[in-house]
Design a protein around this ligand. Sequence first.
Ligand SMILES: Nc1ncnc2c1ncn2[C@@H]1O[C@H](COP(=O)(O)OP(=O)(O)OP(=O)(O)O)[C@@H](O)[C@H]1O
Length: 581
Amino acid sequence: MNSSDLFRKLTCGAKFTKNNRLPVKRKLEKPEPPTLPKLNFYIKPDVKEASDEDADENDVKNITPQLLPIPETEIKSEQETSDDSEDDRPEGNQQNPKEPITAENFELLTLFRINKLRKLHKIHVPKNRRNLRVPNIIESFDQLNTDHGVSSQLIDNIKECYSHPTPVQMQAIPVLLEGHSLQACAPTGSGKTAAFLIPILHHLKEPMKCGFRALIICPTRELAKQTQRETLRLGDGLNLRTHVVQTVDDPKKGDYSSSNGRRYDILVTTPNRICYLLSQNPPKIDLSNIQWVIIDEADKLFEDSKNSFRDQLATILNACTNPSKTLALFSATETRDVNVWVGRNVPNRIRFSVGQLNGAVELVEQKLLFTGSEAGKLLAFREMVAEGLHPPVLVFVQSKDRAQQLFTELIYDGLNVDVIHSNRTQNERDNVVRAFREGKIWILICTELMSRGIDFKGVNLVINYDFPPSTISYVHRIGRTGRAGRPGKAVTFFTKDDTVNLKGVAQLIKSAGGEVPEYMLQMQDSSKRARTNIARKAPKRAAIRTIPSFELQQQQRKKRFVRKSKGKTKLKNNGQNGKQN
Ligand SMILES: Nc1ncnc2c1ncn2[C@@H]1O[C@H](COP(=O)(O)OP(=O)(O)OP(=O)(O)O)[C@@H](O)[C@H]1O
């Protein structure tokens, strides 16, 4: 019996008037309320089952676009147990599965799913006081075309380089495409450069010959050059011209105020160079058309020259007279200095972070090695070489002098080694970086200069020959390996002179899943003053040089002699004093 037979039977003898027919009919024809579609998905990494706990936002290459349903139980238990489930769930999203989908419900469900994905990729978006709507994350680069109208040429370029967006790109790209100012913090090697370049390339579209329209500020020229290379790669065929300021004192090349500057669209520079050009009378650069200001390695810039970068930034932003410019700050670590400045000067920005704030990359296997003394460091290094190093290897020391000393030692060992620091000419620095990139140099000794942003493909090992001046520096130094989903190793030498930051580094290693001796974690916390002092001034260390054993014996004999003769003089003096008394 079908429904109309049943209807006829049940309504047998009933009279239908014009007035009562309609409601009955409407009641019968009302379709069954559809159950809500399953909109809960997660991106399945292709190695292991993903869960909120073990999903790794750095596992760039392992993320496939395959969307799989999140088990209902997981969602349920999370809603019941999670402390911050309120943050994730859009308000009023207690949907009844029998309710029809309204536009509002659909939006809420999308938001729910997006929040779920954010959580999976450890993208943390704090509530903003101004109630700015944070654009939804993208899950694939194709979505840039469908949802944001990014040209297929740009999408093709991106896909030539990368298959899937990294977590920082998932969130930062849509935020910048929608023209919001941004403050983003994501781990080292997680693809922050492309996260700001893609929106810039989309917005600038084609050359306009009206001068610089985007400005990217980096702490070092090496990083500026690297960013330029990435811009060329992603912007292939778009004909946009990117420039790195090389010379400021050449009257012809160093003047960007005339037609020379109008040829370019994107400027990548260090703050010093651009401020020098702006300080000329008349200014040698015109920034009035700038629509985008990106500050890469923001905390480094603010830390480096404390107030002076703030002043430099004020000068630069004053020169960028376009009122509708967008400002974005990126870094792998966040400091109070940056937060205070951004809070005051860019209150309308959207802010988010990926992973544990100021944490070390989990893909790097980290080790602390007590070497006893400075001589012990050289010994330990040579032992590592004897056991077999897998180049390329980066070795960090605390000063230019020490870099040169270590270089002299290692070159005599016949190692394929070179050194980079700020005393070398720009040309030498460029050549060293190129040779290291091309694999012609296996071991590169460097100072803090190379700790930020530099992306050498496949660095296998970072050796902190000298202990880093702060935990933040440690995060960046070891972040030169374990990039873009690749594994890496980091070994940090320490002596009794390095206790100030030892506990902090040990804690970082522990929270990244590494092993450290318990006593390090139990050490007393160092005072803030001690930490500030060591960050400002590195400890004095004995020179790096091999002391031949006979010379060592001689030195020890000399020391004993000095000690003895000092003792004798003291006794003599005491004797004389006694006589006098
Ligand atoms: N979506 C992606 N998929 C795979 N690799 C990527 C992706 N995006 C960027 N990369 C690669 O990851 C590496 C690191 O990128 P990038 O230098 O931008 O990192 P970063 O987050 O700026 O690091 P740092 O904090 O050290 O400056 C680069 O080699 C880059 O080509």
